[in-house]
Design a protein around this ligand. Structure first.
Ligand SMILES: C[S@@+](CC[C@H](N)C(=O)[O-])C[C@H]1O[C@@H](n2cnc3c(N)ncnc32)[C@H](O)[C@@H]1O
Length: 190
């Protein structure tokens, strides 16, 4: 049982994340994707970004935690949600873009590499992937959760030939320059 499988931990995350959302990240997708495009969010958590994505796109939410999915379904019974592990992405569906906000740092580096490969397989044509990470170096563990910190250079070593990197941008979530987002485009010949 993982940390986010417990209702109590889910509610504690919801309280901690109050006042934060991924509007600036979603705007980056809005600049590059036609309205109505299909977008899959990985690790949606409380679903604030899913609601923002749904303003412009046909958005599908997903998480590995049934507790987060249940919580969102309670208030949004018609939402399109999938229970998905971001490592394996076991669905036959394809999307124009895949999005996550502070999720993939929970994976081991080898799992992140696999996730990128699986994402490429679930994207249409030259689909986009946009993901945010905590900036830095090293790995920490808190409450049994892994936190892997990345720089643009260390992420470049994880992204495989299935993607070309469109942009990698440092930004601030809590402390100056504590985060970065990575925008990938599926390669035609990966
Ligand atoms: C730090 S929370 C971020 C939640 C949300 N994206 C946000 O910005 O508030 C991490 C989320 O990733 C999910 N998660 C962690 N590991 C996962 C995995 N392997 N596959 C799918 N979701 C995962 C957790 O259940 C949780 O919802």
């Amino acid at each position: 049982m993982g940390y986010y499988d417990e209702e109590e931990n889910v509610e504690s995350y919801v309280r901690m994340a109050e006042g934060y959302d991924g509007r600036e990240l979603v705007d980056e997708l809005r600049k590059r994707l036609a309205p109505g495009s299909t977008v899959l969010e990985l690790g949606m958590g409380p679903g604030k970004d899913l609601a923002l994505l749904a303003e412009a796109f046909a958005a599908t939410g997903s998480d590995r935690s049934e507790a987060f999915l249940r919580r969102y379904r309670r208030d949004h019974p018609d939402a399109d949600l999938l229970r998905l592990d971001a490592v394996t992405l076991e669905t036959e569906r394809r999307f124009d873009a895949i999005y996550s906000n502070k999720v993939l740092h929970h994976l081991r580096v080898d799992e992140l590499r696999l996730s990128f490969r699986r994402q490429a397989a679930r994207l249409n044509g030259n689909g986009l992937a946009l993901h945010s990470f905590w900036h830095g170096e090293g790995v920490e563990e808190k409450h049994g959760l892994r936190f892997t910190y990345y720089t643009g250079a260390s992420l470049a070593g994880v992204v495989g030939p299935e993607f070309e990197t469109v942009a990698c941008v440092r930004y601030t979530e809590i402390d100056e320059g504590d985060s970065l987002w990575l925008l990938l485009r599926r390669s035609s010949c990966g």
